[in-house]
Design a protein around this ligand. Structure first.
Ligand code: PEP
Length: 249
């Protein structure tokens, strides 16, 4: 049976004080989280030492929000997989739609970052998902397949077993418009089916999260779907009560 994973993506939010308070709030509610649920937070890199210090010894894991595809060297401003590991990270988000749209990350960049994370022993959380116009023109499956195939073609389908997939319809991210459980399940089943065409074992094992305005009110219905193994949570992960309610869903 696949474990449920609820991962917060804090994006570029927080301060030392607010993050300390957020982590305190999360820590206080962890006892009520089911033991089959993994909890993680992906923090702005500069706050990872703070997260590591506060969450060490709890069930909460942590990760970066992106990473460099390079191992080290003259890449000003970049953060290597080994640096994330140095601060105890377990996860690294790759291919978030904000990185794709605002920073021009291509499928090839995402595949390279996936490879860099995996090679270092981090679990990449690979984000895939369509724009609104792509959904409206019936291209959702083509887009998601292309983004998935970028990893499969370069790294082999087995590489997916070392990471997590997050289906995040771009039109649902930060907009308050959530995909319905049926809409999300349809794409999750498509993703699992596509992986299964290459390797049924990997398809059975790989966790596929939903992301896009998941909140305390809709999480249970979404996570209750057969192929939805948890959530990647933006806005609601900044509020401890909401994040914990999702973890308990
Ligand atoms: C995200 O950025 O990954 C995300 C899902 O954001 P939100 O929950 O705010 O839509």
């Amino acid at each position: 049976m696949r474990q449920t994973l609820v991962a917060g993506n804090w994006k570029m939010n927080g301060s030392k004080d607010s993050i300390t308070a957020l982590l305190d709030g999360i820590e206080q509610g962890l006892d009520a989280v089911n033991s089959n649920t993994e909890v993680a937070v992906c923090a702005p890199a500069i706050y990872l030492p703070l997260v590591a210090e506060q969450m060490n010894g709890t069930i909460v894991k942590w990760g970066g929000q992106t990473l460099s595809k390079e191992a080290s060297g003259a890449f000003t401003g970049e953060i290597a997989a080994s640096m994330l590991l140095d601060f105890g990270c377990e996860y690294a988000i790759v291919g978030h739609s904000e990185r794709r749209s605002l920073y021009g990350e291509t499928d090839q960049d995402v595949a390279d970052k996936y490879a860099a994370a995996r090679a270092a022993g981090l679990k990449p959380i690979l984000c895939v998902g369509e724009l609104l116009e792509e959904r409206e023109s019936g291209d959702t499956e083509n887009v998601v397949a292309r983004q998935l195939d970028a990893i499969i073609d370069q790294e082999g389908v087995e590489a997916l077993a070392d990471g997590v997939i997050a289906y995040e319809p771009v039109w649902a991210i930060g907009t308050g418009k959530t995909a319905s459980p049926e809409q999300a399940q349809e794409v999750h089943a498509f993703i699992r089916g596509r992986v299964a065409e290459k390797n049924a074992d990997v398809a059975e094992k790989v966790q596929i999260l939903y992301g896009g305005s998941m909140n305390a009110g809709n999480a249970a219905d979404l996570i209750g779907q057969t192929d939805i193994d948890g959530g990647l949570i933006g806005g609601a992960s900044l509020k401890p009560e909401d994040f914990l309610t999702i973890c308990k869903a």
